[in-house]
Design a binder for this molecule. Structure first.
Ligand code: 3H9
Length: 681
């Protein structure tokens, strides 16, 4: 008898080994111990001629147990188990359903044969955890599927379908999902007595790369984006390169060394933190699991501008019909045309089939009247950001839309409770704050008002999942989680420029930290004249001074930077002169500010604001803030988000920095720092 959670049973002369370790059959110490015993049992039993390795529940092994990383090692380790599997004198067939990921796929690679149920997915996503496959995956996969396919899977990290896996030689057979075990046993009977194929002994698929080692540089050139800023992708390439350059055993040692190095590093710690943070964000404290979400079969969207159109695409792409309302025909036509051209681009780039794009467009019902909204189960408002406009609209929607339907605002700042109070159904009102471009950005801030009902909140979370968004719950306040924390960074950036830093220095410090762009590049992109009124402008802010001098940002080729025809920006001498004039008027003393001080002054106040957001209960937990900033504002994932980053550098350091800056320290931050505790646990 093997150790639980592994069980074995005999089907004639085939030993079926089953793992049952919910929810995802992670390869925990108990699973590894049980598997090792079961394989040895099969090898020793003279009546057993072959083995089938399968999992119960929703999926094949989804990988090593990530919660064990950073803990003292418990034997047998996964690489040892994998060696025993491949070394078995009797054939072992992996029977894959659900997802075979990471260490799970590495177990399958060590088996002598792999069969997969239709719908199964296979992948090595370790790179997303700042790691590389550390149980032989980087050595066996290229030997089975060739170097190019292996690099794509290992460096890209995305799983492939069973069908694709069969095409590239990763699985030996794809079968229906109904009788996987029986099919695997039948397959095992077919191969009994044949010579044992071991991935480690195969050389033919890597022979081409042995002759043409430039394949690695070509991959680097073609996939520069994947390699930017993080260590793991390059280490993945180095490990696959070892498979080509070294004998198998030496390649394994190299893989092990690279894996251990990544595992001990801060980036992997940060990315593993993010993995659990994203999952935690979906959980709402105090929300009864028995709460049933409301059915959403049609969505109404008011406002067909950039935001409304982008929001609509999320639902259309997920097969949910949309009624899109706009006041003027020309604006409506433009909105619909933009949606159409976005889909056309998706088709062109191969991200979508023509049929799927056509089907999505067919679900769109454009109209000029709110009167077409009564059959919507959810209406999302995406109109001008003005409280009076929004409350008037919500009052009207409340009269038109059927009882029980949910009303949501896409506001990025305004008070959801005030908006809800304009209706007779405050319990059915909430904020759904999409980020621009809304059809692409994965973040969704779900803003609950004081009166928002539990089932309405549950509906929003379920819907977010359906349309592929990462939802984070916030309570209402000025700017919610993301924009509230953007404000202190913006203020610090402006102050730095007044004191003598140049905008491009500030941007450089933040891009060197890992942001895709800095605040002045962002301001140029959004338009410096956003909200600017020439009639009332008095040059009171730097932005006003820039606009008055005709510098509107990228849109007219002149902002803090000068732009060429390809919208490439270079520091602008004219902008510098305007800044100098503005600074002279303000009378601020000038001094040199070094990069380290700039970074502290830009980021520590954000951490401070984040601590207040947690303290006030605006965010449920500090890690939710990390999810918002990584997905909504390009905070570099390799540092885990602002809260995790603060924990890594030490809260005492942050508090001391804030005190140097004269910023009032959030009580929570001060307390945790004094206790030597962390924000993210
Ligand atoms: C690896 O294998 C390293 C090796 O190469 C080398 C070793 C030497 N461990 O995502 P869900 C939890 S690295 C522990 O909500 P779904 C998850 O936290 C690993 N726990 O479900 C959640 O817990 P809770 C490489 C794990 O259906 C619950 O399971 N593998 C693990 O949306 C449900 O998860 C990966 O990176 C784990 N490996 O998606 C795959 N996986 O309920 C990681 C999940 O308490 N996993 N949990 O919040 C996934 O991508 C998704 O979980 C999966 C299911 C697609 C499987």
């Amino acid at each position: 008898m093997a150790t639980a959670p592994i069980t074995t049973h005999r089907d004639g002369d085939i030993l079926v080994i089953t793992s049952n370790n919910p929810p995802v059959n992670a390869l925990s110490a108990a699973v590894r111990t049980g598997l090792m015993a079961a394989v040895l049992e099969g090898a020793a039993d003279a009546d057993v001629r072959a083995m089938v390795l399968r999992c119960a529940g929703r999926t094949f092994f989804a990988g090593a147990d990530i919660t064990e990383f950073g803990q003292p090692p418990v034997f047998p380790l996964l690489p040892e188990l994998v060696e025993v599997i491949e070394g078995s004198p009797k054939p072992i067939v992996a029977a894959i359903h659900g997802t075979a990921l990471g260490g799970g796929l590495e177990v399958a690679l060590a088996c002598h044969y792999r069969i997969a149920a239709e719908g199964a997915k296979l992948g090595l996503p370790e790179v997303q955890l700042g790691l590389l496959p550390g149980a032989g995956g980087t050595q066996r996969l290229p030997r089975l599927v060739g170097v190019s396919e292996a690099l794509t899977m290992i460096v890209g990290g995305s799983p492939i379908s069973a069908g694709r896996a069969s095409e590239i030689g990763l699985v030996d057979r794809v079968v229906g999902a109904d009788a996987l075990e029986a099919d695997a046993v039948a397959f095992a009977r077919e191969i009994v007595g044949k010579p044992l194929p071991r991935a480690s002994e195969r050389g033919e698929r890597i022979a081409e790369a042995v002759r043409d080692p430039a394949v690695f540089d070509r991959f680097r050139q073609a996939h520069g984006r994947l390699l930017k800023g993080l260590r793991a992708p390059e280490a993945c390439i180095a490990a696959v390169q070892a498979a080509v350059e070294l004998p198998f055993a030496d390649g394994l040692l190299r893989e092990r060394a690279l894996f251990q190095d990544l595992l001990a590093g801060d980036e992997s710690k940060a990315q593993r933190h993010y993995f659990f943070a994203e999952r935690a964000a979906g959980k709402i404290a105090g929300l009864d699991a028995a709460v049933v979400p409301r059915a959403i079969e049609r969505v109404g969207i008011v406002g067909a501008g950039t935001m409304g159109g982008g929001i609509a695409m999320n639902f259309l792409s997920a097969g949910i019909p949309v009624t899109l309302v706009e006041r003027e025909q020309a604006v409506l036509d433009r909105g619909v045309a933009t949606i159409g051209s976005n889909y056309a681009r998706n088709v062109q780039s191969g991200r979508m089939t023509e049929d799927a794009a056509g089907a999505a467009m067919a679900l769109l019902r454009p109209t000029l009247t709110l009167a077409e909204l009564p059959d919507s189960d959810l209406v999302i408002e995406a109109v001008f950001e003005d409280l009076a406009v929004k409350t008037a609209l919500f009052a009207e929607l409340d009269r038109i839309v059927r009882p029980g339907a949910i009303l949501a605002s896409n506001t990025s700042y305004l008070d959801i409770d005030t908006i809800a109070a304009a209706t007779g159904r405050p319990e059915a009102v909430l904020g759904l704050h999409f980020f621009s471009p809304a059809n692409i950005m994965r973040l969704l801030e779900v803003v609950r008002g004081a009166a928002t009902a539990p089932d309405v909140l549950a509906t929003a979370m379920a819907l977010a999942k359906r349309i592929g968004k990462i939802a984070v719950v916030a309570r209402t306040c000025d700017g919610f989680i993301g924009n509230r924390m953007l404000k202190p960074r913006q203020e610090a950036a402006n102050r730095l420029v007044l004191e003598g830093a140049r905008p491009w220095d500030v941007d450089r410090v933040l891009t060197a930290f890992g942001f895709p762009m800095g605040p002045f590049q962002m301001a140029d992109l959004a338009g410096l004249d956003l909200g600017w009124d020439a009639a009332t402008s008095q040059g009171a802010t730097l932005r006003e001074a820039m606009c008055e001098a005709g510098r509107r940002g990228q849109k007219n080729g002149r902002g803090f930077y000068d732009y060429d025809a390809e919208r490439r920006g270079t520091p602008s001498a004219d902008a510098e002169a305007i800044i100098a004039g503005f600074v002279a008027k303000s009378g601020t003393a000038q001094r040199a500010v070094d990069d380290a001080e700039m970074l502290e002054r830009l980021l520590y106040p954000m951490v401070n604001e984040g601590a207040r957001i947690v303290e006030e209960g605006v965010a449920q937990r500090a890690s939710d803030i990390d999810v918002v900033w990584i997905n909504g504002y390009g905070w570099p994932i390799g540092t885990g988000g602002p809260m995790f980053w603060a924990d890594m550098i030490g809260l005492g350091t942050v508090v001391a920095g804030l005190e140097r800056q004269g910023v009032a320290v959030a009580p929570l931050l001060r307390r945790l720092a004094a206790e030597g505790a962390r924000l993210t646990g």
